[in-house]
Design a protein around this ligand. Structure first.
Ligand code: 0R9
Length: 638
């Protein structure tokens, strides 16, 4: 016979071939399973394994999760749950342990080990981690024994076997990420700490410890209050109005947990989760929460005559000013929608959250009249400010100013009307502004000089912000409007470049501008339109060659290359104004030569906290922050 067909033997049957094909698919397209193969994707491996331990905790069988970052580049995750079952399945001849580690999308659906609130994304990732690891060791502590099974690139190196005795219960997974798959295999302690802290908040009563063997770091998180503690943490720098309101209820649709507290700032922080997964784009649970919040506060205020008959109802924006809230739901079959799967689609969760929260919050307000009055007071103040701001904005709009009909006199606009090629340089001071105007490419580069410090928007409301000339000029130049009339599609420049001096004042002005963008024009940051110019620190001339360098390290490196006894001169730029137009163009503005930093908000919670600390009204936290970070500052020039 020309073609011999070999029959697979029983060890290597159709099942096994399917398994290998499945894991091969993961290695071919890792991005599809863990998002990316960069440092974010690398950490996803840890999240996948930890999620499984947390599922066991949510089912009520596990209280401790330990994450070990080992010296040899591996990570171990251990829980004290029931241990993944190791007995062989009658039909497949495989243990549950081997199945969850080798079959894609096993986990939650397997046998009757399925969890009530799992499914969806949780408990399915172990095999993906296995496929992307050069080695994985699973240990199970069960029935007084230690079981062990080892894998290489997802392939079992023998059956699960007993390797010792133990009193403990649980599961430990150790994996070595594959260097040929990931750009980096260097785990970041802070990234892991932040995620574990968040998971500890979301799973009341769980203790999560992290040990970094590389530097002997040890961390431990336990929050008795769950999301209530989370809100306390987010609000700990603020002047709060009333206590944290906390609600937890199990309903047929799942579990609803809400914690909220008002403070006297103008910011709104609402984080939502479904099965401990951060739903960054909200969804049904968020909609239910918002509806219930507005309705409950309005009816409470009417009933207690805190809103008079002649007053209009409070609107959604009014009841969310100064609100910090966490909405966390657990459900059986979560549907994650949208491009980044960050939106909860289960319609039943809208009504579940709406009813549970409205009932409990109404009861809370009635039982805590002082908090109730404080909250309504804050909301009515927000409503009045909104009306004042609208009046102020209407005046500005009536004058046509904000809509870009009359561009500010200080703006030297570019001639191009094509936003994708247009750039706006926001320049500190009139003198640097002058150099920039002369040095620029007039076709694509516009210059807006700002005089001195702009208004600190963290401590002002929209009406005052619109009354500030420097800020107003910037808004008009950008063309996007503000508040309710904001429209990113009208952005006139797709690169907005902040160019300030490399000194303390420059850094302060940059922070003020970034605060303005963060609080009022966040989509401009999210769209990747904001950049920070990098002017040089020194000009070094040797013989006929002139070099610009951007740090002390670069300066030292360059001067070391000069021949012995060579004469050279070093000029330190104290400010942009010291550069002539040509120098400014060559070093900082020429698209062919310049280097710029693109501003990104990687971690919204952290950014919010930093802006609040640096720019908010409380002094002590700012002092602490500055003391903690002062040592890290480079190029401090006072
Ligand atoms: C270190 C990370 N932890 C885990 O991956 C982990 C999975 C897991 C588990 C069960 C218990 N602990 C676990 N830790 C479990 C046990 C039992 C039933 N369901 C779940 C039981 O003893 O009856 N499993 C998650 C999926 C599976 N086990 C299963 F599919 F293999 F059953």
């Amino acid at each position: 016979m020309a073609n011999t067909v070999t029959t697979p033997n029983s060890d290597y049957g159709a099942d096994q071939i399917q398994v290998l094909e499945g894991l091969q698919a993961v290695r071919k397209r890792p991005g599809m399973y863990i998002g990316s193969t960069d440092v974010t994707g690398l950490h996803h491996l840890v999240w996948e394994i930890v999620d499984n331990a947390i599922d066991e905790a949510m089912a009520g069988f596990c209280t401790e999760v330990n994450v070990l970052i080992n010296k040899d580049g591996s990570v171990s995750v251990e829980d004290n749950g029931r241990g993944i079952p190791v007995d062989k399945h009658k039909k497949t001849g495989k243990s549950a342990l081997e199945t969850v580690l080798t079959v894609l999308h096993a986990g939650g659906k397997f046998g009757d080990g399925g969890y009530k609130v799992s499914g969806g994304l949780h408990g399915v990732g172990s095999s993906v981690v296995n496929a992307l690891s050069t080695k994985l060791v699973a240990e199970v502590y069960r029935d007084g024994k230690v079981y062990m099974q080892e894998f290489k690139i997802g392939d079992p190196q023998g059956d699960v076997k007993v390797i010792g005795k133990t009193e403990k219960r649980g599961t430990k997974i150790t994996f070595y990420p594959d260097k040929t798959i990931f750009d980096t295999v260097d785990f970041n302690t802070e990234t892991i700490i932040n995620r574990m802290r968040q998971q500890a908040y979301l799973t009341k009563g769980i203790t999560i410890s992290i040990s970094d063997e590389r530097n002997d770091g040890n961390y431990r998180f336990y929050f008795e209050g769950g999301v209530k503690s989370y809100v306390q943490h987010l609000n700990n720098n603020k002047e709060n109005i009333g206590d944290v309101v906390y609600i937890e209820k199990e309903v047929p649709e799942g579990i609803v947990e809400v914690a909220l507290q008002y403070n006297n700032s103008f910011q709104e922080i609402i984080y939502t989760f479904a099965n401990n997964i951060n739903t960054v784009d909200g969804g049904m649970h968020l909609t239910g929460f918002k509806t219930a919040l507005t309705r409950t506060i309005n009816s409470y205020a009417r009933k207690n005559e805190l809103l008079k008959e002649k007053d209009d109802n409070l609107i959604a924006d009014d009841v969310r000013e100064g609100l910090t809230a966490i909405v966390s739901v657990k459900l059986a079959n979560p549907q994650f929608e949208g491009q980044t799967k960050g939106k909860l689609g289960n319609a039943e969760m809208r009504t579940a959250v709406e009813t549970v929260f409205a009932d409990a919050f109404t009861e809370y307000l009635e039982e805590h009249p002082q908090d109730g009055r404080g909250i309504v007071g804050k909301c009515t103040l927000a409503a009045r400010a909104r009306m004042a701001a609208r009046a102020a904005r209407d005046t500005v709009i009536r004058k046509g100013a904000l809509e870009g009909m009359t561009l500010p006199g200080k703006l030297a606009d570019c001639s191009s009307r094509e936003p994708s090629e247009s750039e706006l340089y926001i320049v500190e001071g009139d003198s640097a502004g002058g150099s920039a105007k002369q040095g620029r490419d007039r076709h694509t580069q516009a210059i807006l000089p700002l005089r001195g410090k702009i208004l600190n928007v963290e401590q002002a409301r929209l009406d005052r912000i619109l009354g500030n000339n420097e800020v107003k000029n910037l808004i008009i130049a950008m063309g996007v409007g503000i508040g309710e009339s904001f429209d990113i599609a009208r952005l006139r420049y797709h690169k907005i470049i902040i160019m300030t001096d490399a000194d303390v004042d420059g850094a302060h002005i940059r922070t003020l501008i970034l605060t303005l963008f963060y609080r009022y024009f966040k989509p401009v940051i999210d769209g990747g339109f904001i950049y920070i110019a990098q002017p040089p620190l020194y000009k070094i001339a040797q013989g006929r060659s002139v070099n610009y360098v951007y740090s002390d390290a670069e300066k030292d490196k360059l001067t070391k290359t000069f021949p012995k006894d060579a004469k050279y001169s070093i000029q330190r730029y104290k400010g942009l104004g010291e550069m002539n137009p040509e120098q400014l163009w060559d070093t900082t503005m020429d698209p062919a030569n310049r280097s710029m930093l693109q501003v990104k908000i990687e971690d919204a919670e952290k950014a919010d906290k930093v802006f609040d600390t640096l720019m908010g009204s409380e002094v002590m936290p700012r002092k602490k922050f500055i003391q903690a970070y002062a040592k890290k500052v480079k190029n401090l020039d006072i």
